[in-house]
Design a protein around this ligand. Structure first.
Ligand SMILES: Cc1cc2nc3c(=O)[nH]c(=O)nc-3n(C[C@H](O)[C@H](O)[C@H](O)COP(=O)(O)O)c2cc1C
Ligand SMILES: Nc1ncnc2c1ncn2[C@@H]1O[C@H](COP(=O)(O)OP(=O)(O)OP(=O)(O)O)[C@@H](O)[C@H]1O
Length: 315
């Protein structure tokens, strides 16, 4: 899969595409239905498929830190799009210039002149352009004038409701990992490199792997039963995502995992962490003894969970 960063990196050889546009946060089963139709249309047309995404996502541009948290970082999203058989991704910076583009200019400059679109696959509620003025009817009209076809993908519903990134975020927030996994068609995983922490965990008797979240604002907050994958093995653990109000922190959210019955060194490893159940909210404890007692109780709760359920075969 080829990643094209910005319109200015489009070359004449990039003209001629079957295209879809969206955030594709999480690449859930609704997105996968669109991508599968896109693949079919591209094969029929004998042209590469292209997904146009935005970075930051439009809502992040408008609302900043008030925007909903991400289900997937850009690198995860790209890996998922590649796995779905997408040939090219055009990643556009969502900035003031882009937000002011009218729907007409968006179609003309990006889809027609930039990508040489022959077919556009869109979702049921797709809207784009300044003030979201470009809807399906508009695109059909533009397509008939500018020479491309437009197809609407039927709404994908699961367990009685439309699948959406928003719904998955709220399932994760409420700790309903089983339903979130069904809508994603895979486990919910946050992966990152293990960094050195404040080394306080060891003095508490609970060593933790501090996973770098970088700019990711995770849709989870609190203490969870987790599993991690390390050197081909799945290991059981318990994790906290939060600002660690009981110790002087840096105000940023951290993901810290205590792997049960593990004494090795995880520094520098890229660790995928899969979430299974929420144990409690993060709390501000009066002192380290109270924090330590709570963490020991979390470890007991995680052990009880793993006695009841088998470890997954992979993360
Ligand atoms: C299972 C678990 C639960 C935790 N719960 C809380 C909590 O409720 N409140 C809090 O301030 N920190 C909590 N922490 C974070 C600890 O404060 C943190 O792991 C400790 O300060 C060690 O940090 P370090 O690895 O950077 O040295 C939790 C950590 C773990 C592993
Ligand atoms: N369940 C679904 N069925 C059909 N199409 C969908 C579904 N979910 C999203 N799409 C389509 O996929 C494309 C990308 O969707 P996008 O990520 O912008 O929306 P979303 O998943 O509904 O997210 P959000 O909840 O943040 O609005 C759009 O064309 C959208 O209409």
């Amino acid at each position: 899969m080829e990643l094209i960063r910005g319109l200015h990196n489009l070359r004449p050889r990039h003209r001629g595409h079957v295209v879809t546009i969206g955030n594709f946060d999480g690449v859930h089963v609704g997105h996968q239905a669109i991508l599968s139709r896109l693949r079919e249309s591209a094969a029929r047309a004998g042209l590469p498929s292209c997904v146009v995404i935005f970075e930051p996502q439009p809502r992040e541009f408008f609302a900043g830190r008030e925007a909903p948290p991400r289900l997937s970082r850009l690198r995860d999203k790209l890996a998922l799009l590649k796995a779905a058989g997408v040939d090219r991704v055009l990643c556009l910076s969502f900035n003031q210039r882009l937000r002011e583009l009218t729907a007409e200019a968006f179609v003309q400059r990006i889809l027609v002149e930039g990508l040489g679109v022959t077919h556009l696959q869109v979702g049921d509620d797709f809207r784009f352009g300044c003030d979201r003025a470009g809807d399906f009817a508009f695109l059909q009209q533009a397509g008939s004038t500018l020479g491309f076809t437009v197809e609407n993908t039927q709404t994908v519903e699961l367990l009685g409701d439309r699948v959406s990134s928003t719904r998955i975020r709220s399932l994760l927030e409420s700790g309903d990992f089983a339903t979130a996994e069904a809508l994603l068609d895979r486990p919910f995983v946050i992966a990152g490199r293990v960094l050195h922490g404040q080394k306080l965990g060891r003095t508490l008797g609970v060593p933790t792997a501090n996973i770098q979240l970088k700019r990711l604002r995770a849709p989870l907050h609190g203490v969870y039963v987790v599993s991690v994958q390390h050197e081909g093995q799945v290991l059981a653990g318990v994790a906290n995502i939060g600002e660690r109000p009981s110790v002087a922190g840096d105000g940023q959210a951290h993901l810290e995992v205590h792997v049960l019955d593990y004494a090795g060194d995880l520094y520098g490893q890229y660790l995928p962490v899969r979430f299974h159940a929420k144990l409690r909210d993060e709390q501000k404890f009066a002192g380290l003894d109270a924090l330590k007692a709570a963490i020991y109780a979390d470890i007991d709760a995680a052990r009880a969970y793993w006695q009841q359920y088998p470890l997954p075969c992979c993360v």
